[in-house]
Structure formats: structure tokens, C-alpha cells
Design a protein around this ligand. Sequence first.
Ligand code: ADP
Ligand SMILES: O=C(O)[C@@H](O)C(=O)COP(=O)(O)O
Length: 426
Amino acid sequence: MGIRLGCIADDFTGATDLANNLVRAGMRVVQLIDVPSEGAGQPVDADAVVIALKSRTVPAADAVEASLRALAWLRSVGAEQIYFKYCSTFDSTPAGNIGPVTEALMDALDADFTVATPAFPDNGRTVFKGHLFVGDVLLGESSMRHHPLTPMTDSNLVSVLGAQTTRPVGLIDHTVVAGGADAIRARIDELRAEGVEMAIADAVSNDDLVRLGEAVRGLPLVTAGSGLAIGLPSNWGFKPSPAAAQLPPPGGHQAIVSGSVSAATNGQVREFLRSGRPGFSVDPMRIAAGEDVAGEALAFAEAHLTDGPVLVYSTETPDAVRTVQGRLGAAEAGELVEQTLARVAQGLVERGVRRLVVAGGETSGAVVQALGITGLRIGPQIDPGVPWCAATLPDGDTLHITLKSGNFGGPDFFSASFALLDGDAS
Ligand SMILES: Nc1ncnc2c1ncn2[C@@H]1O[C@H](COP(=O)(O)OP(=O)(O)O)[C@@H](O)[C@H]1O
Ligand SMILES: O=C(O)[C@@H](O)C(=O)COP(=O)(O)O
């Protein structure tokens, strides 16, 4: 059996989130970090392949180029349908990258229609009348309005996507979705006849995603958060399986590296420190001043690693982040912090850490690249959208790693993740 679903994820936490939902719906999934170099990685023994890119916040032309390279590779291994995965909060700007990447993939696949839905009800992301809700509030009223790189102030996804593409954008609203796959297909035909090429699809429950999944069977391209993955595997006869993939037994020291500035991560960092666990705060202004902040963080960690998990974090409140960005520039501050945290992660692994939690999508990209990881095996789910994974380090050792999306996970996520790993795999 060949590759059924070929997936292109625009960040690394998003990729494991998607892989996790596919595994739980019964597919065997291989997750690759970036596009394999020519000739590498074939043949692939899996039902789905997820290629993790770091393309969410790069210039649109670079995101398009990387996504088309990923597409070419996925087609070379025979993928039957392509899934472009973006954030469940539709993180993007008027310049992209969701619109431009979708257009480029449609052109390359000769696709005249695709759907777009970031809905992920298990994590409180629902779409109704084209408007995205985060928990009980509209996207534009949620903490995402303060995001450092992709502030989301408009909740109407038809207009958000419309601003990023020259193609007409329509809506498959909830009345249609509730009517089932035939009704959705009829609406798609109607939109096509009107010249619409992309449509935001409403979904407020997993049942809606299952109905949508059935309806988009046969479309060459679908675009979504990770939620739609719940509804696709059954198109090929895969059955949901609560038994997440087994990972090898864990060992080694435990650490957390957090560069996420999302509201949920702020709460998780506060909770970890409140419970008396050790944490080292990384100050971007000190990095910019040329101080050896990574070295200090590693010396701190080394003194505590034998007593349990240690946290190294740059996580700060939106006000503090804005102040730093005002002084250094948003992109420059982000880059400085990402590179420092990536060096810290490398140093932690050199000091025997083999169970590592990383918080934040951009941060995870920097860390995984610095560690030389090329693929991940998906293990048990800690919280919706966040699985433990196993990676092989360049020296052959196994690292258990979880890449936590900024706004995912309960307040005690850090402690709970280590407890789950030890309970599950020991
Ligand atoms: N204290 C800080 N000041 C300014 N920028 C920061 C700070 N801490 C982290 N950042 C940057 O903010 C961005 C956070 O993005 P990401 O890692 O995707 O997490 P999230 O989206 O959950 O906030 C990264 O580029 C990170 O380097
Ligand atoms: O879809 C989602 O919300 C996540 O999979 C995701 O992509 C989150 O990104 P970060 O908040 O940047 O971790």
C-alpha cells in the first residue's frame, strides 16, 4: 500500500499536532523535518507522511518555494491527496502565507477548488458562519490579537483569506455541513459554478469534521488546521485507534525549553515555577547586549538536572514582549531568542537530557534543527494536539521530545507530560 495522504505543515508543533490526529484515526505516519534531500527517504513505509516546514512567518515567496519542494517530494512517493496544515488560529498576515501557499499548491496540482478550515473543536477552535472562535470568544477578541508575529484582529475568515489571495473565496456554512457529505458536495458544485475556488468550511464539532472529511474525498488538495485529519483516514478504510504508537522506554534527564509567548504557555510557566521547580529566565535584552545567556542557563540547569525537570524560558507577558520588540524589532528579537534557546537545547542534550519539552512553534523549529533531528515517531497524546515523540539523535541515541503548540495544553502541562511518559512507557 502506498502513501495515501501527503501533508505539508507550516510549523513544527503543527506538524506533530497533525500527525497525532492521523495516528489516532488509524494511519501509520512518518513525520519528516523539512524536505528530504534528493533521493533520500524512499521508499517510505507509511500511510501518511507529514513534512514539517518552518514557513508560517517567513516571506511569502520563501514559504511558496519550500511548500512546492515539499509537494514535489510527496508526489514522488505517490501521495494521493495533499493536506496543507496551518494553525488552528489561522496565524497569518495580509501578505500570507496561507493564501499564497494555497494558490501555489492549487496551481501545481491543477486543482480548481479547495476547502479551508482551522476548526479543531477538541481544542476549542470552532468555525461558524465563517467566523473563528477560540474557546468562547471570537478570534479577534482572543489573546491572538496580541501575537508577536501574526496578530489576528479579524475573526471573519472569508475576509482574512480573501485579503491573501486573488482567487474568489466562498463559504460552506454550518447548515450545509450539518446536512452531510452529499449536501457539502452539492454546495461545492454550486460554488465552483459561481467561479469560487476556495471556501471556508464551518465546523463546530468532530462530527462536522467527519462529514467534511467524507465530502472532500477526491479533492487533490485540502487545507486546514489539524482537525480535518479526524475525518480523512476513513476515506481509505482506516479505523480510529485509541492506542497511540508505542515509543521506546524513556531515560535521561528532563528539561523544558520555552520560547512561546502564548497565553497558555504563560500560565504553564507560572504553574511550574509556583510548584517550586527550578527555572532560568532568558532576557532578550541581555542577549542583544552580547552576554553569554545560553552559558548561564546551562550552568543553572546543570546544577539542578539530577533533581528532576528544569525549565529554561523566555516566555513573557504581551506587554513585556512588546517592550522588547519596540527596542530590538519583532523579527530580530524572535531570531535572537530562538537561536539562544536552540543553543540551550543542544547543551542540555550534551548534558544528558533525553526527555525534552519544547514550547512554541517557531522555537520548536529552531530547536529541532539545531539538534540535527530529521524525523519523529509519534507516541502517546499528552493533551489534544500534543503527543510525545521519539527522535534519533545524530549520535544514534533516542531523544523523547514533545513540541507543544503555544496555546495547547492544560495549566500543569509540563509536569503532566513527564508523568505520562514515565507511566506510559516504563
Ligand atoms: N521575551 C521575548 N521577547 C520577544 N520575543 C520573544 C520573547 N520570547 C520569545 N520570543 C519570540 O516570540 C516568538 C514566539 O513564537 P513561537 O515559538 O511560535 O511560540 P508562540 O507562537 O506560542 O508564542 C519566537 O520567535 C520567540 O523567539
Ligand atoms: O493548529 C494549531 O493550533 C497548532 O498545531 C499550531 O500550529 C500552533 O502553533 P504555535 O502556537 O506557534 O505553537
